[in-house]
Design a protein around this ligand. Structure first.
Ligand code: ADP
Length: 493
């Protein structure tokens, strides 16, 4: 006979997990990393270096070069020099290189996962099960298109590569974003200069090693590290296309500086997604989807379900279950295999989250945070729920990019649509209901690039991803993601 397990009043589990840290022995870090230009690591002409740290311990992991305008120009020159031979290669041969990158990522998956968690603070179970496998899947997927480009866009004419792509990525999915950018560009016959985010350069630099091992011709991929000034130098350089993922604020700057330059542009920017739970939703499944929607990757996700819209009759039941579930989330060491919520990526991001959460309290919303001990060093934020949120509150309008959920209610389908679309963003949305016709009805009305039904945060290389309005334009993934890297019959987009 089993005894009833008593839960403490807090709702936390009645037992503790033993710690289960993943070893970091597999990662071999150099003291310093140069720029990856023309197939080799070179010293920066700028003579400048900066430290990259672990956000969970604040320890310095390595020094990384800071590329200036001259360094960026050298990288773009290398990409331009490599372009004719790369685009001239038989497509099936080009595919082999891209496949090799995918295979190498799979072979070195554990090393990449550990390094990603060390440098970015995300839980190892996410870097191991999501980031790295999906990054490899993107290279596999686009490698498959390399020799089928002429069949991919029927009636559009002969596809040609755009030329040299400048690609700027954020810190929330460092390797995965590099894969989203590089895989379609390379498969379509372009060469590239990639700039990782300043807080998370290390897996991109490990990818440079993989690119060397895969014997890509020198200059086909170049990687320049640095912060916003390096990114701005890349935008202004002699590139044919800019692909940017990051904040709406920087996206607007880039749009202004590329206007009239003839450079192609795709922007994947911020979001404030509505995750909408109807009264007939499978409630336990919805709870898991809501939790995943906002606490996956500490909420550092542009498509995070950061606004929960709940139909009034199930509000109390759902809130009770969400609070219980929050008590079971394990916050702490990203390298522990049982950790659910890791470290906030940087001190600057932590301060931004704290400021917005204070504004929520100040504007009169009610805050709920579980009791959980946070490590002393590093950057941490408790999983947070806000109720009593009104549409005018900053926490309902602005992207927090942290583990903070704003909960609003609605009565009718029309009200749900109205509230969900009442945002300058339009990247993603979620619908939870048993009713198939309601899913279709809602999906047609939500102004969001991706609408998930009875699930959230699902990604697949074959499925396009991108935004409306201030979430940007252009799609990544699938054929839609290939198109921005091609021109048809001599330049018509
Ligand atoms: P976040 O607010 O999420 O950190 P950012 O938009 O600031 O996002 O950063 C995303 C990427 O854009 C990073 O690689 C960053 O270095 C780069 N970046 C920042 N400012 C600029 C700029 N003015 N021009 C080009 N790239 C920039």
């Amino acid at each position: 006979m089993s005894e009833a397990i008593e839960r403490p009043a807090s709702g936390a589990p009645p037992w503790e997990y033993a710690s289960a840290p993943e070893s970091t022995d597999i990662v071999r870090l150099d003291d310093r990393y140069g720029l990856f230009i023309g197939g080799e690591f070179v010293e920066p002409k700028s003579g400048k270096w900066f430290a990259t740290i672990s956000p969970s311990t604040e320890e310095t992991l390595a020094e990384v070069a800071e590329a200036d305008v001259t360094d960026v120009a050298l990288a773009v020159d290398a990409a331009r020099d490599a372009a004719p031979a790369w685009r001239g290669l038989a497509p099936a041969e080009r595919a082999k290189y891209v496949f090799r990158i995918a295979r190498q990522l799979q072979e070195r998956a554990r090393e990449f996962a550990v390094l990603e968690s060390m440098n970015g603070g995300k839980p190892i179970k996410e870097s191991r099960d999501v980031d790295i496998p999906l990054a490899a899947a993107h290279f596999f997927y686009y490698a498959g298109w390399a020799d089928k480009l002429e069949y991919a866009f029927p009636g559009r004419g002969t596809p040609e590569p755009v030329g040299v792509a400048g690609q700027i990525i954020p810190w929330n999915f460092p390797l995965l974003m590099a894969a989203w950018k590089l895989a379609p560009a390379l498969a379509a016959g372009n060469t590239a200069v990639l700039k990782p985010a300043e807080t998370t350069p290390l897996t991109a630099l490990l990818l440079a090693e993989v690119i060397q091992e895969a014997e890509l011709p020198p200059g086909v991929v170049n990687i320049v590290t640095g912060a916003g000034e390096t990114g701005a130098a890349l935008v202004d350089a002699q590139v044919d296309k800019i692909a940017f993922t990051g904040s709406t604020e920087v996206g607007k700057i880039i749009r202004r500086s590329t206007a009239g330059s003839g450079k192609r542009l795709t922007l994947e920017l911020g979001g404030k997604a509505a995750n909408i739970v109807f009264e007939d939703a499978p409630i336990d499944q919805a709870v898991e989807g809501v939790i995943n929607g906002i606490f996956f990757n500490q909420g550092h996700v542009c498509c995070a379900g950061s606004r929960l819209l709940v139909q009034e009759p199930v509000f109390d039941a759902l809130l009770g279950k969400l609070k219980d579930r929050l008590q079971t989330l394990r916050v702490g060491d990203p390298l522990d295999k049982n950790t659910d919520v890791g470290a906030i990526n940087s001190r600057a991001q932590l301060e931004k989250i704290e400021e917005l959460v204070e504004s929520g309290v100040g504007e009169g919303a009610e805050i709920y945070q579980p009791e959980c001990l946070l490590p002393e060093r590093g950057f941490w934020f408790r999983p947070t729920l806000f109720t009593g949120v009104s549409q005018s509150h900053r926490i309902a309008r602005e992207e927090i990019f942290g583990p903070v959920l704003s909960i609003l209610t609605f009565r009718t389908v029309d009200e749900a649509v109205e509230k969900a679309n009442n945002t300058p963003y339009g990247l993603s949305a979620g619908i939870w209901t048993e009713k198939g016709s309601r899913i279709l009805h809602m999906a047609q009305r939500l102004r969001a690039g991706v609408v998930w039904a009875n699930t959230f945060n699902r990604f697949d290389p074959a499925s396009p991803f991108g935004g409306y309005k201030e979430s940007g334009f252009g799609r990544e993934g699938g054929l839609h993601g290939l198109e921005p890297y091609l021109t048809f019959d001599g330049g018509a987009p």
